[in-house]
Design a protein around this ligand. Structure first.
Ligand code: NDP
Ligand code: MG
Length: 381
């Protein structure tokens, strides 16, 4: 029986993780759960799964929650996320919070030698060098939840790193894949949230539409698999059937295919190295799909992807700035304060205004993250 600590339990990945846990009561039990402020969504989950530890975003939410339930161990904020990640009984930490807020808890969980199933890509983008260094030091493996990285992980399957020619990451293209740059000028929040293939949280759905999600995934892949940016390739693949591939020096390509359903990579990360039945997900029917399409990725059409490659290659503090500016700009877009195309402008501005710091430590990353967010808000006024 694996005891799970689930950070981001009320989110899109969180809820699907709970569906997997619910399917296999013999294998998994929810020891800790963390969420933000959404008490309404959390209450039935708390009643059903009866976690020992509950974490909420702030003191005010804790007060509200305590009026609804009588629970011994309710923690708050970043400290709470750490408590939930390092508790002795916890075997696996599923990090599915949204944004760089997940970073300190990930580092502490690694130090406590927990198995880490990582959905929270912003953590790897903002501080990949720190996370991977810590993972190497403590000999902890990070199991990817992101579907592309789960695909690469499975396609690598014990092969030698020196035999990798390139990683080929597939992109569905998001909500606006058939719109021209001119048409993008007037799109609404509702249009952006309408993803053709995947049902996900609001921020990542906007990231998919801007192609920043793929950019973050390139940086995530660079850190998880220790492959240089020159050997990471992105192609458009509208069907989301091939979730990513690895090409080897001898021209063999190994791909992973599957139903576009996040429960598949979530369960794989939870059961690795074993596999379990997943009866709640449809089998992939290739005869129904019939055709798979691939297109070249256009970096002019999707400047967020270009900026992510550039920030990744520049290294140091640049990915931290890229990520923080993107998180803040997407939030402003969701609040209706800026247009869709403003997102890329704000990111470009933040990157231009930043003087790169070579090997930032945790406190430097946290302060650059805060400064970048402030400067994005400042330009708004
Ligand atoms: P959601 O926005 O749906 O969920 C985010 C979760 O994090 C919610 O439970 C939210 O709580 C919680 N949360 C947010 N801020 C805090 C905080 N400060 N303290 C504690 N909890 C917090 O996001 P997704 O599930 O879509 O994505 C989560 C992560 O997984 C992201 O990094 C995303 O990039 C990655 N990912 C997601 C995929 C998907 O299919 N959704 C696919 C691949 C990766 P509350 O509900 O109370 O606000
Ligand atoms: Mg993905």
């Amino acid at each position: 029986m694996k005891q799970v600590s689930l950070l981001g339990a009320t989110g899109s990945i969180g809820i699907q993780t709970l569906e997997v846990i619910r399917l296999h009561p013999e294998q998994f039990s929810l020891y800790a759960m963390a969420f933000g402020r959404n008490i309404e969504k959390a209450l039935p989950l708390i009643r059903e799964f009866k976690p020992t530890i509950i974490v909420v975003q702030d003191e005010a939410t804790k007060v509200k929650l305590n009026k609804e339930i009588d629970h011994q161990q309710v923690f708050c904020g970043g400290e709470g996320l750490i408590e939930a990640s390092i508790a002795d009984s916890v075997d696996v930490v599923v990090n599915a919070v949204m944004g760089s807020v997940g970073l300190p808890a990930t580092l502490k969980a690694i130090q406590a030698k927990k198995i880490i199933a990582i959905a929270n890509k912003e953590t790897l983008v903002t501080a990949g060098h720190l996370v991977m260094e810590e993972a190497r030091k403590h000999q902890v493996e990070l199991l990817p939840v992101d579907s592309e990285h789960s695909a690469i992980y499975q396609s690598l399957n014990g092969e030698k790193k020196s035999d990798i020619q390139k990683l080929i990451i597939t992109a569905s293209g998001g909500s606006f894949r058939d719109k021209s740059r001119e048409e993008l000028a007037g799109v609404s929040v509702q249009d952006a949230l309408n993803h053709p293939n995947w049902s996900m949280g609001a921020k990542i759905t906007v990231d998919s539409a801007s192609m920043m999600n793929k950019g973050l995934e390139v940086i995530e892949a660079h850190w998880l698999f220790d492959v240089p940016y020159e050997q990471i390739h992105v192609i458009l693949h509208r069907e989301s059937v091939i979730h990513s591939m690895v090409e080897y020096v001898d021209r063999n390509i190994i791909a992973q295919l599957g139903t576009p359903d996040m429960k598949v990579p979530i369960q794989y990360a939870l059961t690795y190295p074993e596999r379990l039945d997943l009866p709640i997900t449809e089998h992939l029917n290739l005869e129904d799909i019939a055709t798979l399409n691939f297109e070249r990725m256009d970096m002019e059409r999707f400047p967020c992807l270009r900026m992510a490659f550039e920030a990744g290659k520049a290294g140091g503090s640049m990915p931290t700035v890229l990520n923080a500016a993107n998180e803040e700009a997407v939030q402003l877009f969701l609040e209706g304060k800026i247009s869709f195309l403003d997102i890329e402008k704000y990111i470009e501005q933040a990157l231009e205004n930043h003087d790169r710091i070579h090997n930032p430590d945790l406190s430097t990353i946290i302060s650059i993250d805060e400064e970048t967010r402030k400067s994005v808000r400042f330009h708004l006024n």
